[in-house]
Design a protein around this ligand. Structure first.
Ligand code: DQA
Length: 239
């Protein structure tokens, strides 16, 4: 599903799907922020495909450490679930708890068997490293999942520029990536990174329900991305 840019309406409430439909290509269901997420999934009869995320507390979310994998394994069995987010640190085995790696890789295998794509994700809530370090992270993430996703925190224009440069480099090197900077200084990267190859955008239907700092509301991000990418026009490859 990530060959073309996918705009995901990020929400903890699947009853928002009809409101998202006009502007979004998918729904990111933040299970860690949701009430009774498995019940919501069982009742889901919307049109948009779901990307399920059960963000670990050690990566800025609210899900139980290892318990979150059980819920994700159930979730990927649902027809509407097209993709699952798994933290890169777990997939790579760099998280101190070795059980993270075995759970994460088993989940990835189950996802692949069921035709569910894997978004391998990295978040930095403090800063944005230099472009070369960002490209390395993106290459690692893209090699562990079907898409490598990187969200860092921008506190100055140079951070946003670093992310855009890394997005371009990683895409030119053939990696499928999704990128964005969190925070006010990085807000515009959410609209501009897709021009450089980023394959996923995240936005709340309602600005008040943002799932990360600096997100645009859904309708705004749709308009900005479409305007900047020129609709269906091909973006030229190369430098
Ligand atoms: O990882 C991401 C990206 C994100 O953090 C953002 O910055 O838009 C929002 C999260 O809901 C999502 O899981």
């Amino acid at each position: 599903m990530f060959e073309e840019f996918v705009l995901a309406a990020s929400t903890a409430d699947l009853s928002e799907e009809p409101a998202a439909r006009e502007h979004a290509d998918a729904v990111e269901f933040r299970m860690d922020l949701a009430d009774a997420p498995l019940d919501q999934l069982a009742a889901y009869d919307g049109d948009l495909p779901l990307l399920v995320t059960n963000r670990a507390s050690w990566e800025g979310g609210e899900a139980d450490e290892l318990g979150r994998y059980d819920a994700l394994s159930d979730a990927i069995g649902h027809e509407a679930v097209a993709a699952v987010d798994v933290e890169l640190a777990a997939l790579r085995g760099t998280h101190p708890d070795a059980a993270e790696a075995s759970h994460a890789t088993a989940l990835r295998e189950a996802a692949r068997e069921q035709g569910v794509e894997v978004v391998a994700s990295v978040h930095d809530f403090e800063s944005t490293p230099e472009p070369a370090a960002l490209v390395d992270l993106l290459a690692d993430a893209a090699s562990e999942g079907d898409v490598g996703k990187l969200a860092t925190t921008a506190t100055a224009p140079r951070d946003a520029l670093a992310m855009l440069e890394a997005t371009h480099e990683a895409t030119a090197a053939g990696h499928r990536v999704a990128t964005m900077c969190m925070g006010e200084a990085g807000r515009h990267t959410r609209a501009v990174a897709p021009v450089y190859g980023s394959k996923i955008g995240y936005a709340p239907v309602d600005a008040a329900d943002a799932t990360a700092p600096g997100q645009y509301p859904l309708a705004t991000l749709r308009r900005l991305v479409d305007d900047l990418r020129g609709g269906d026009a091909e973006i030229p490859d190369g430098d």
